[in-house]
Structure formats: C-alpha cells, structure tokens
Design a protein around this ligand. Sequence first.
Ligand SMILES: NC(=O)c1ccc[n+]([C@@H]2O[C@H](COP(=O)([O-])OP(=O)(O)OC[C@H]3O[C@@H](n4cnc5c(N)ncnc54)[C@H](OP(=O)(O)O)[C@@H]3O)[C@@H](O)[C@H]2O)c1
Length: 221
Amino acid sequence: MTTLVIGANRGIGLEIAKQLSDRGDEVVATYRSNPGELNELGVDTIEGVDVRTDEGVRNLIEGIDGQTFDTVYVVAGVLKGSGLGHLDFDTIRDLFDINAVGPLKTTEALVKAKAVTEGSKIGLLTSRMGSIADNTSGGSYAYRMSKAALNCAGKSLAMDLQDDGVAVVLLHPGWVRTDMTNNNGLIDVDASAEGLIRRMDSLTLEETGTFWHTNGEELPW
Ligand SMILES: NC(=O)c1ccc[n+]([C@@H]2O[C@H](COP(=O)([O-])OP(=O)(O)OC[C@H]3O[C@@H](n4cnc5c(N)ncnc54)[C@H](OP(=O)(O)O)[C@@H]3O)[C@@H](O)[C@H]2O)c1
C-alpha cells in the first residue's frame, strides 16, 4: 500500500504517517517548513507543501514525481476562535483558504497529475463542527463555516470522481488531544489515527461521498 499524508509533521497527520509506516506501508508525508518528528519515521517527505498557495500545491506535485497512491489523507487544517462579537474578515478568509479551498485545490492537483487512479481512496479531515445537522452549540463561525465548505467540496469530489473509481470521504477524527486543542480532548492521537486508518482501509467505492467519525459511526451533514 502506498499512502500520501498531507500535513504530517505533527498531530493527527504525524500519527497516521507513523502507524502506516510501522505496519509496512510505503508512506509519503508532506509538511510546510518544519518537519518536526517526521524525519525520525524514515518515510519519504516533501517540503514546502502549503495547501493555501499555488506554490505549495506545485511543490506537492513536483515532490510526488509521478507516483500514484492507494490512499491519500488530507489532514492539514487550522482552528482559530471566531465567536459572535469577535468576527473579522481575515480570520474567516484564512480558515476558508486553509480548511476548504486548500484541500480542494490539492485534491484537484492530485487528480490532474493522475496521482489517484481507479481504486484510490481520499480521506479529507473535516470536523463534526462542520455538520449543520449536528450543531447544537453555535459559535466557532469561521471554523464551522470552513469545514462545512470542505464537506460540500468533498461531496462534489466524490460525485465527480466516482466514475473514475476514486472514493472520497469526509473524516472526523474525534476531539483529539493535539496542539489544535491545547491538548484538551476526549481521545489521544493514537486512538484517533487508528480509527481513521481502519475506516479508510475498509472503505469501498459504494460508500463514496459519506461522512465518518473515527469511531466508525456515520455522521449527518
Ligand atoms: N484535534 C481535534 O480535536 C480535531 C477535531 C476535529 C477535526 N480536526 C481536524 O483534524 C486535522 C488535524 O488536526 P490536528 O489536531 O492534528 O491539528 P494540529 O496538531 O494543529 O496540526 C495541524 C497540521 O496542519 C498543518 N497545516 C496548517 N496549516 C497548513 C497549511 N496552510 N498548509 C499545509 N499544512 C498546514 C500543520 O502544519 P504546520 O506545523 O506547518 O503548521 C500541522 O501539520 C485538521 O484538519 C483539524 O481541523 C481536529
């Protein structure tokens, strides 16, 4: 199995790369500028992959150098506070760029480069905070809106790539103790990554365009 993990220098992406590498998969892992613990894994890495820029997406495509992947995890994402009364254009645009437009442009580039082909699976790391049906607590406008937009993009990608035999799903990792949550949360990164890998391993093309919790539960949009 050959897997690409985008945004893999820390947090959930690093743990996915580690677990896949430990079980013998061939892993290509990307980061922006700081590889963190990635170099210790002994996996192939690509530097300069910032999903919000054309240059970052170009670096990705140059770095993969014609390889194709069985599985792709697009993990890169950011969380910034944006409660009512504290909204500003820059924060909202930033989160849209990184959490929604970035993963879409990255996936488009992988499709164009034929890095995903018949039988490939793409998992986009979203959040259940992007679920409109599941929103019972409000707030977090920029993050919720950006992840809802990613869900929307992921569903269209699933429809567009279905005839090519490429499955696309949206993945919620749980509330995970990482930098993003200041190490608060309900589960550790190893349990989160384990569940995500299990979901992607068993994913079929018939399930394309769906939204999953790392615990195996299907989530509402
Ligand atoms: N932790 C949770 O409870 C939770 C819950 C729901 C969803 N998620 C989602 O799961 C994913 C991973 O979260 P995490 O907890 O592992 O977060 P994290 O520890 O903060 O790591 C974020 C990762 O995204 C990368 N990244 C940020 N901006 C990027 C950009 N412009 N281009 C490329 N990479 C970029 C970071 O790289 P740098 O080191 O270069 O910044 C880092 O590798 C995110 O999409 C997040 O929204 C997390």
